[in-house]
Structures are given as structure tokens and as C-alpha cells.
Design a protein around this ligand. Structure first.
Ligand code: PMT
Length: 404
């Protein structure tokens, strides 16, 4: 999949530069044509000659070292690239790009690039967590840059934590997946709900739950990568909106119901991973209710069961629900499949370690009407998301051959 791709590898100065040499080799072995720009500090860790030999191309370090008098090097390189990868990306280059600073060959070229740019950060754990770095990463995400998250583990500075440049093999896998021609959801509209709902008690209080939106956002990103037009209907969470995804922010179950209903008709697939409140206060006050002596009773009424309502009106849409259970997983999940007229239920035992609310991983079992349940092991939520979508794809059998 990387065969023939023109990849501009931008290497900035940190101890992980040695991994960039291995990365250059792996990319060329995959058939990619690789050109390398080294920042001045990167060249102090590994010499340009290493990258020149591995890439079999000239290596660029200096804006004013014009190797071909017919072109302006930084513009020529920017135009040449099908894809730009900044690895390792230091806090310094992340800050420069977020603020439009172009003061060397690498940053000048990056500013002129129109191809997709992937950033693979590597730095000390505290640097990575610093609000300034996080703010810059957020800015770059808003500009449409993609990220290859650093891994966790032993760092060269002696700390253990998040900040290691992802392994070259994994970076190559990610790029292969991202540039894959496989867009099985091309032409399909996928509507995903994520996060919690908030049910108002008064102007300062509400009922809610522990959903962080991680599962639903991972599904939205995977669906986007599979070529779908994605609408993500999200309750209040602290995650940033994924790029290339239509976002609708809601608060209450009723607002989520209205938003889903609005998107439903044109949808091909609806995945309801949100943790929707089943009850809301019967009365919501527009002021802060004063405390009174003694006990208080909060009267609750049922919210609409959105999945159930969709199951009643669905025509050609494929409907996927979740089931968050703490016991009798199979029995309850199968019950929801039938009662809510869903096509698929993704059940997670939210009491299991590494599963359910707030974690970066999940353990799910997928139930369909026909066939045995599909039990998945502990996986990163992004991998769970891909598996869910691949299973949902079986409902679009006729389209499979056209788009795969
Ligand atoms: O967001 P994270 O922190 O990553 O956590 C992920 C998750 C635990 C929230 C997710 O994996 C999950 O299990 N989501 C479903 C939570 C839930 O509400 O389950 P349920 O068994 O109560 O509901 C069954 C299905 O009916 C769900 O698809 C739910 O969206 C839907 N439902 C429920 C109530 C309601 N009023 N309307 C609905 O549509």
C-alpha cells in the first residue's frame, strides 16, 4: 500500500532519531520513495549520510543549500510529497508548526505542504503532558494534522511514562492502514452516538454517568478512515472533535433523540454507543434549589429509549446497539437485540478490568441474530471500533465487492 508513495520524512532532534533511521529503511522496503529533511539538532544525533544511504536520496538540512538551481528546494519538496511524516516530533517543532513559525528547512517546508501530515511526537513524559504542548497539539489537530501517539514505557531521560516514539513497525502499519485503498464504507453515512447524557435537576445540578465518549469517538474515527461520511452525536465529554467528522453536541437524552432522528433517514448505519440516561427528573428547575432540613425525594420519569424508537421505524438502516452489563451479559444482550429490533448488539461487562467506562481498552462480545456470539479479547478501543465496523459491514454484503 505504500508502494510508490512519495513520503517526506521530517526528523527533529531527540534521542529517538535513531528509530527514524530504522523507519526510513522500513518505508523504503515497503516500496515507498523516501526523502528526508533533518533539523540541525537531529543531525547531531545521526548524520545525514545515514539517511542518504537508507533512502537513496539527497538529505536536506539547510534552507539555503539549494541542490537544484531549477527549483526552490523547500517548495519543491512540499509539492513532491504524497504524505509527510514528522518522526520524531519534538515539543519544539510542534510549537513552531502550531504557531506558523518557519525558521529552518524543516519548518519552512512543512508550512508549504498541502499533503496529509502525520506527527509522531517523542519527548519526556512531563514535557508531553505540559499544557502548552497539549494546546499546540490541539491546534494542530484543528488544522487537520494527524497523530501517531507516543507509546508508554522507559524513556531515555530515565522516566517511565508516555513519550516514547512509536516503534517503526507500528508507524509503518499505521501509515499503511491510513493510506489503504480499502474504503469499504465509501458512499455510506454512519451516525454514531457517544458519551453520557445530562438530565437537569436544577440550574446547577444534573444526573449523568461515567461515559467519557472514548468508545464512540474511536468508532467515529474508524468509520471515517473506512471512507464513511460520519455524523457523531455526542454528549458532554472532554475529547476533541475528530477531524473530518460532522459533530452534533447535545446534553440531554431528549436532545440526543431529536438529533438522531434528524439524521436517521439518510443513514446507512447507526451505532448507539452513548450511555443514555434511562430516567430524568420529572421537574427541572431554572434556579438553584435550596436545601431544606430532612430528606428530599427526586421524582424521576422515563426518557425515550432511542434505540427502541429507531428499531420501530427503521427501514434499510443497519442498527447497532451497545449493552453495558454487570452480569448475565449474554441473556441481557440477546434480550436487547430482540426487544429493540437491533441488527447487532455490542455487549461489554463494565465490571471487568480494562472494559467499559473511561478505559482506553474494552472487552466486548458481538451478538447478531444469526451465528454464534463473537467474543473479542481485551483490545484498544480503536481496534474494537474496527472490529465492530467490519462486523457491521456484513449487513451490506451487496456493496462489499464494489468498494473493497
Ligand atoms: O464512553 P466510554 O467511557 O468509552 O465508555 C464506553 C461505554 C461503556 C459507554 C460503551 O461501551 C457502552 O457500553 N455504551 C452503552 C451504554 C448503555 O447505555 O448501555 P445500556 O445497556 O443501558 O443501553 C443499551 C442500548 O440502548 C445502548 O445502545 C444505548 O445507547 C441505548 N439506549 C439506552 C437508553 C436510552 N434511553 N436510549 C438508548 O438509546
Amino acid at each position: 500500500m505504500l508502494n510508490g508513495k512519495k513520503i517526506l520524512l521530517c526528523v527533529t532532534g531527540g534521542i529517538a532519531v535513531f528509530k527514524a533511521a530504522a523507519l526510513t529503511s522500513k518505508l523504503t522496503q515497503k516500496g515507498a520513495e523516501v526523502k528526508v529533511i533533518l533539523s540541525e539538532s537531529a543531525a547531531k544525533f545521526v548524520t545525514p549520510l545515514t539517511f542518504q544511504v537508507l533512502s537513496k536520496n539527497d538529505v536536506y538540512t539547510d534552507t539555503f543549500d539549494e541542490k537544484n538551481s531549477k527549483v526552490v528546494a523547500h517548495i519543491d519538496l512540499a509539492d513532491w510529497a504524497d504524505l509527510v511524516l514528522i518522526a520524531p516530533a519534538t515539543a519544539n517543532v510542534i510549537g513552531k508548526l502550531a504557531n506558523g513559525i518557519a525558521d529552518n528547512m524543516l519548518s519552512t517546508t512543512c508550512l508549504a505542504v498541502t499533503a496529509p501530515v502525520y506527527i509522531a511526537p517523542a519527548m519526556n513524559v512531563h514535557m508531553y503532558a505540559h499544557p502548552a504542548v497539549q494546546k499546540n497539539l490541539q491546534t494542530l489537530a484543528n488544522y487537520g494534522y494527524r497523530f501517531i501517539e507516543p507509546g508508554e514505557g522507559y524513556l531515555a531521560c530515565g522516566y517511565v511514562g508516555k513519550g516514547r516514539l512509536e516503534e517503526p513497525e507500528t508507524i509503518v502499519d499505521i501509515l499503511e492502514f491510513e493510506t489503504s485503498a480499502e474504503k469499504p464504507f465509501k458512499g455510506k453515512k454512519v451516525v454514531i452516538t457517544a458519551g453520557p447524557t445530562r438530565e437537569k435537576i436544577d440550574s446547577v445540578r444534573f444526573l449523568s454517568n461515567h461515559s467519557t465518549g472514548k468508545m464512540g469517538y474511536a468508532i467515529a474515527e474508524a468509520a471515517r478512515d473506512f471512507g464513511a461520511e460520519v455524523v457523531l452525536i455526542s454528549g458532554p465529554v472532554s475529547l476533541s472533535a475528530p477531524t473530518g467528522v460532522g459533530m452534533i453536541q447535545i446534553e440531554s437524552a431528549e436532545e440526543m433523540y431529536q438529533a438522531v432522528l434528524h439524521e436517521f433517514e439518510g443513514a446507512d448505519l447507526v451505532i448507539k454507543s452513548a450511555a443514555v440516561a434511562d430516567y430524568r427528573p420529572k421537574t427541572a428547575y431554572d434556579y438553584k434549589v435550596k436545601k431544606l432540613p430532612g430528606e428530599q425525594l427526586l421524582e424521576l420519569e422515563r426518557t425515550k429509549d432511542i434505540l427502541f424508537e429507531l428499531g420501530k421505524i427503521k427501514t434499510s438502516q443497519v442498527l447497532v446497539g451497545f449493552a453495558a452489563e454487570t452480569d448475565h451479559l449474554e441473556e441481557y444482550a440477546k434480550g436487547k437485540l430482540e426487544r429493540k429490533n437491533a441488527d447487532m448488539i455490542v455487549a461489554n461487562n463494565v465490571k471487568s478490568e480494562g472494559a467499559g467506562f473511561g478505559t482506553d481498552t474494552n472487552i466486548v462480545t458481538i451478538f447478531k441474530r444469526n451465528g454464534d456470539p463473537i467474543e473479542l479479547p481485551l483490545l484498544a478501543k480503536k481496534d474494537v471500533a474496527q472490529r465492530i465496523l467490519k462486523e457491521a459491514l456484513t449487513f451490506f454484503k451487496d456493496d462489499l465487492n464494489e468498494n473493497c
